[in-house]
Design a binder for this molecule. Structure first.
Ligand SMILES: Cc1ncc(COP(=O)(O)O)c(C=O)c1O
Length: 441
């Protein structure tokens, strides 16, 4: 129930039935939320129920639903022209956005931009460019990583077996190694006494036994693993990885598709670690909900000639107009708000963890926060079904959440969220945990 109305309501139920008859069963819906409209952090379903959107359309709506300045920019551009194939023709809004991305990219050297429509395509582009620029056949990626679903991107992905089952063979030459997931270390070591064995392992084991370091073109890595469980690596991880990449002449490609565009309280999450990548992939939050992605790479790497890579819709003018306004709003206030509200939310969740033993770990940066649920804090036993129940119960009470990883609930509201709405959502979440604990323990 949401207020006095049943959830899902009769209209939502009807749409879900129609959806089942018309749309691919591979979609991944956690609960029957059927959207009617949204404003900022609030959304309403087709039965008139109000919810708080702590997903932001899966980390897309950085500026919230229908920010008036974004809507205005979209309308104005739509009146002028809607499409003109940015890889074949020129238009100022695409050039202006590329200039802006080159200015904000976390790379000191000059960079160039390649525009796409989605995260997966940004990753594909980086995969191709890394091979082209280095002429090296191998690529390193991390267990738990999610980089998208097209053939190259899914090869780099290693977050859920269902995403790969039935689709082999993958693209040859990709080697996966454990990520710095200290709460569940693959090597069963403890931080900091491990001395970052996960990075050492790459050199000592992978490069010295079965895949020589100088055969690798790139290391693909999420600054904070998203789909894999909102996993924040320890402070030394990225500097050590950067050092390793440099030693072997391997490109560092950071996938900022979920963690970028202000979400973590900095424009790009990699800035938290003072590391300079060679290529940055962005999408999701860049255009407040319009489809757009970009690969930003060092100019010295973009040696590929005309015709080597392109697409029809990348850099759509309406998406570019929305992106320019989005970046302006991020710079003016939203990045700072994400840092402030994120700190507040983390503190509240850590206080919650003192009262609720079901919370095994709270981690995150800015408004990219994961709460890992466990059966027992000592054994850290994961409880994926209970996590799913928590997400569903939150939906019934008017809070839209999603899971990630094995047993984690993620919180990624619009970066414009206020303290009042954050508190409203966190109160609902705490109520859900209390009820589940009563049933469980
Ligand atoms: C880190 C990361 N990379 C890549 C992607 C793929 O993006 P898209 O779904 O736009 O293809 C996602 C999507 O969730 C992501 O979180």
């Amino acid at each position: 129930m949401n207020g006095d109305k049943p959830i899902p309501g009769p209209r939502a139920r009807e749409w879900v039935e129609r959806d089942k008859r018309a749309i691919s069963p591979s979609y991944t819906r956690a609960y029957p939320f059927v959207m009617e409209r949204g404003k900022g952090v609030e959304v309403w379903d087709v039965d008139g129920n109000r919810y708080l959107d702590f997903n932001a359309g899966v980390a897309v709506l950085a500026t919230g639903h229908c920010h008036p300045e974004v809507v205005k920019a979209i309308k104005e551009q739509a009146e002028k022209f809607i499409h003109m194939a940015g890889t074949d023709f020129y238009y100022p809004v695409q050039i202006r956005l590329a200039e802006k991305l080159n200015e904000i990219a976390p790379i000191k050297e000059d960079t160039l931009v390649f525009f796409v429509n989605s995260g997966a395509e940004a990753v594909e582009s980086a995969f191709k460019l890394a091979r082209y620029a280095t002429r090296r056949p191998l690529t390193l990626a991390f267990i738990g990583a999610f980089h998208g679903r097209t053939m190259g991107a899914i090869t780099l992905t290693a977050s859920k077996a269902v995403q790969k089952r039935g689709f082999y063979p993958m693209v040859p030459g990709v080697v996966h190694v454990p990520y710095a997931y200290c709460y569940r270390c693959a090597f069963k070591q403890e931080y900091p006494s491990c001395d970052l064995y996960c990075v050492k392992y790459i050199e000592e084991v992978v490069f010295h036994t079965y895949a020589p370091g100088d055969e690798f073109s790139a290391i693909f890595v999420e600054p904070i693993q998203g789909e894999g469980g909102y996993v924040v690596p320890p402070p030394e991880f990225f500097p050590r990885l950067w050092e390793l990449a440099d030693k072997y002449g391997i490109l560092l490609v950071v996938d900022e598709i979920q963690s970028g565009m202000g979400r973590t309280g900095k424009m790009f999450a990699i800035e938290h670690w003072g590391v300079e990548p060679d290529i940055v992939c962005v999408a999701k939050g860049i255009a407040s909900g319009l489809p757009l992605g970009a690969m930003v790479a060092r100019k010295s790497l973009m040696t590929w000639p005309s015709g080597a890579h392109g697409n029809t819709f990348g850099g759509n003018p309406i998406s570019c107009a929305a992106a320019l306004v989005t970046i302006k709003l991020l710079e003016e206030e939203l990045i700072e708000n994400a840092a402030r509200m994120g700190e507040y939310a983390m503190n509240r969740l850590k206080e919650m963890a003192e009262k609720h033993p079901i919370i095994g770990d709270v981690r995150g940066k800015g408004l990219m926060i994961g709460v890992e649920l466990v059966k027992d804090r000592e054994t850290r036993e994961a409880i994926p079904e209970v996590r799913d129940q928590a997400v569903y119960k939150a939906f019934e009470r008017g809070l839209l959440l999603l899971g990630c990883g094995l047993s984690t609930v993620r919180m990624m509201p619009p970066l414009s969220i206020t303290k009042d709405l954050l508190d409203e959502g966190l109160d609902i979440f705490e109520g859900v945990l209390a009820d589940i604990e009563e049933e469980l323990f």
